[in-house]
Structure formats: C-alpha cells, structure tokens
Design a binder for this molecule. Structure first.
Ligand code: R5P
Length: 293
C-alpha cells in the first residue's frame, strides 16, 4: 500500500521530520480562508492508498471542517485508509453534561472523527470520567500516547531537587508518571473551576518552605490554573515555581499571566507549536506511526 504524509498548515516541518525517519514522502495541504471565513482546501494532486494526515486540533473549529472536506475528498479519490496524527485533540474535556442541556462534545466530536478516519494517534488526551480512547472513537484504531515519560526525563535532566505538583485531581495521571521517571516526590492539589478564567486552587498540606516546585499539567489554556497554583505556592514560602505541560494552547494573555504569577520557567512539548516548546514528541510519534505501515 502506498503511504504518504499530508501536513496541514503549520505542521510541515514536524511532519517532514517524521516522514524522513520513516522513509515516507510528504506533501502539503494548503488552505485559503475567504473573507467570509469559508475555507478552501487544496490537496496535493497525487492519489495514494494510505494517507496520514498531520495536524494538531488546537483552535479546532475551522480545522474540523477542513478535515471533513479533506477526508471526504480523499475517499472520493479512492484513498482506502486515512490515519490522523493529532498530537493535541480538542473537545475531550467536555465528557459530561455539567448543566442541563449542555452537549457532551467529547462524544459528538469522537463520533465525527471516527466517521472520517481509520486510525487516530494522539498524545495525552484529556480523559477523566471516560477512561479509554476506544470509548471516544468507536470502531476506530485509536492510540493514546503519553508525553509524561519525556517530561519525566526532562525533569531528571534538570538535575535539581524538586517537588512536583499537579494542580487538580485529573493531573494525578500525568504527575505520577513524571515523578516516577524523574525520581521526584509529588502531590496533587484540588481545583474548583468557577468560570473560564476563574479557578480556586487548594494546595495539599506539605511543608513548602524553600522548596523548588514544578507544576505538571496536560494543558495550559487560559493559564489561570497554573497561575493560581503558583500564587498559592509563593504565599506558602516556596523559593521557585516552574511549570511543564504537554499541550501549549496558551489562549489570550496566558503566558504573561504565568510570568506575572512569577512562574520562572515554562516548558512544553511540541504537540502545539509555541515559543515554550522544549520537549520534542517527534521520536515518540515516529515509533507509533510505524505501527500503522
Ligand atoms: C483541566 O482539568 C486541565 O487539566 C487543565 O488544568 C486546564 O485545562 C487548564 O486550563 P487553564 O489554563 O485555562 O486554567
């Protein structure tokens, strides 16, 4: 079966690096946005049996339509297998109706993507009440990788005595593994979300005096979760707070919020391209894309 990697705008460098490792060819999908915000998608001319699509689904609404237009056209052209490599998957956090009438986006978007592609590879999807990606993507070969081993190796390479803190209960799954790999102690805080940009963080009861804390989370979005945690930590007497996250969403003024909360270093993986990217997922993704060939 002839396989090719098609990259969406912004992902050509990363997709090409991975294609090179796998001995695959790569081509670019181009997208034009009309003044009324419709998308014009242009696919590479050649027909292929197996197409691997590479794009993270941050700021997803346009991308989901562009993916739909792409997949429907590829199928029409005779592509037999479509694999989606989306290091960041959106819409995973709304896994239940928190208020009457709210749509369970995780289920709806899960079904939408399952209808389009045969395989999905992603990294640290935000699974909380729903434990497995198979439940989100029925009938699709869905593979959830974790960046936490790489995050742990990154912490270890810092060669510092640190205490890791996950800012909320969901973060336990990530901070635990980072702590295991880096041989660091860890704790998990409690968070109450009162609005998009309003969270309250309650720290675990430990001695913080002069500690060097690294906050570990899957996503930095508005930045309020980590900023609140850092403000609380400094008020308890810690000497330094850094932060590591897998997905650098950084909406609005998130980075300056983290700076004003005196988080000294912010490190992220390259699941979403951002100035804070320090941890490459390319090798991890390459190893697992190989299993699709
Ligand atoms: C939610 O539970 C996630 O793990 C993150 O803590 C959250 O998405 C971060 O969002 P924000 O940066 O907007 O506080």
């Amino acid at each position: 079966m002839q396989t090719v990697i098609y990259t969406f705008p912004g992902y050509h460098q990363q997709g090409s690096d991975i294609a090179l490792q796998l001995g695959l060819s790569t081509d670019e999908i181009t997208i034009h946005h009309f003044p009324d915000k419709e998308s014009l998608v242009t696919l590479p001319g050649k027909k292929n049996n197996h197409v691997i699509l590479f794009l993270s689904l941050d700021y997803p609404n346009n991308k989901l339509i562009e993916l739909y237009l792409t997949c429907k056209t590829l199928r029409k052209q005779g592509t037999q297998r479509i694999s989606l490599i989306a290091p960041y998957l959106s819409y995973m956090r709304q896994d239940k109706s928190f208020h009457p009438g709210e749509v369970v986006s995780q289920q709806v978007i899960g079904q939408y993507l399952s209808d389009l592609v045969d395989d999905i590879i992603t990294v640290d999807p935000h699974l909380h009440r729903v434990k497995s990606l198979d439940q989100v993507f029925p009938g699709t070969n869905a593979i959830a990788l974790t960046a936490t081993t790489l995050l742990g190796e990154f912490v270890k390479a810092l060669n510092k005595t640190v205490h890791l803190i996950g800012p909320d209960e969901e973060s336990l799954q990530w901070v635990k593994n980072v702590a295991h790999i880096s041989h660091s102690p860890y704790s998990v805080a409690k968070k109450e979300r009162l609005g998009d940009t309003h969270v309250e963080v309650q720290l675990p009861d430990i001695d913080y005096k002069d500690q060097h804390i690294i906050l570990i989370d899957d996503v930095i979005s508005s930045g309020h979760t980590l900023a609140q945690a850092a403000i609380r930590l400094y008020s308890e007497g810690v000497k330094q707070v850094d932060a590591i996250a897998t997905h650098a969403l950084f909406s609005r003024d998130a980075l300056s919020l983290l700076n004003s909360a005196k988080i000294k270093n912010v490190w992220t993986s390259n699941s979403i391209t951002h100035a804070t990217n320090q941890i490459s997922l390319n090798k991890l993704l390459t190893q697992h894309i190989k299993t699709l060939l």
